[in-house]
Design a protein. Structure first.
Length: 268
């Protein structure tokens, strides 16, 4: 069943977000809307502000100006730790590094927060955890420790752990960047299934083919600006901005158009 029905009001809205670290201006007036049930990818070169945008959504980083809203919560106006914890119960975040507790089993990693934060009893939390492990194809690893798993398996556990909090949306921050090529596909399969089920997902990713396949909307960032955004089909096949076009040509390994004569060997 879908996680949420789409609505006309965005689930996530960022308006004119500015953020600097000292003299380094990281975000320069970011505007983003994410509808319920959408899969949105944020792409762009390293250092363009992509991951910082995700951290602003969850209140991990507070911008100097601008407005951030998640549902009815005005994130930029949250001040207490209790308010931020309440927000993060509703927003799952899967990082590049898996951040699993190495001294706990897989099952314990999944049940810890639902018991302590959501107040579920141990039996109910255990059933939920096993259902989620089945979903990410790791039911047989419930009693294993993170150190006994491959990188791809640990990342799938991290996704299941985020789902255990029953979030409204999940943010994925380059979740395949630390994986070897053989395990990337198993993680992307889990994310693909989540988007097909209607979970609202925001991905920062360098997996361009995957972003094109699963995204409803794509934002291309560079140097702290949203250079271009639109439906995935248009961004990937008919980008309006020359910088977007060049980035995608390089990222997809296609090279510039032959008429530009920048790669004669490809044109031959």
């Amino acid at each position: 069943m879908p996680y949420a029905e789409p609505s006309s009001s965005p689930l996530v809205s960022l308006r004119d977000i500015h953020l600097s670290f000292g003299s380094n201006e990281v975000l320069k007036g970011i505007d983003i809307d994410i509808q319920r049930g959408q899969a949105v990818s944020i792409i762009g070169p390293s250092g363009s502000g992509k991951s910082t945008i995700l951290r602003c959504i969850t209140g991990l980083i507070r911008p100097q100006s601008g407005q951030i809203r998640v549902g009815a919560t005005q994130v930029d106006q949250l001040h207490t730790e209790a308010e931020l914890i309440a927000l993060r119960q509703r927003v799952g975040f899967v990082f590049q590094q898996y951040n699993l507790f190495p001294h706990l089993t897989v099952l314990q990693n999944l049940t810890l927060a639902p018991i302590r934060v959501l107040g579920l009893d141990r039996q109910r939390a255990g059933r939920l955890a096993r259902d989620l492990l089945e979903r990410v194809r790791l039911a047989h690893k419930a009693d294993a420790y993170p150190g006994e798993l491959s990188g791809g398996q640990q990342q799938r556990v991290a996704i299941a752990r985020a789902l255990a909090m029953r979030p409204e949306l999940i943010l994925f921050d380059e979740v395949t960047s630390a994986l070897d090529p053989e395990t990337v596909g198993e993680v992307l399969t889990v994310i693909r299934e989540l988007t097909q089920d209607g979970m609202t997902c925001v991905l920062v990713t360098h997996e361009m083919r995957f972003a094109e396949e699963i995204s409803d909307e794509v934002y291309f960032t560079e140097a702290g600006n949203i250079v271009e955004h639109g439906p995935a089909s248009r961004i990937f096949h008919h980008p309006a901005n020359p910088r977007t076009r060049i980035f995608l040509e390089r990222s997809l390994g296609q090279g510039p158009l032959p008429s530009r004569h920048l790669h004669p060997a490809r044109a031959a």
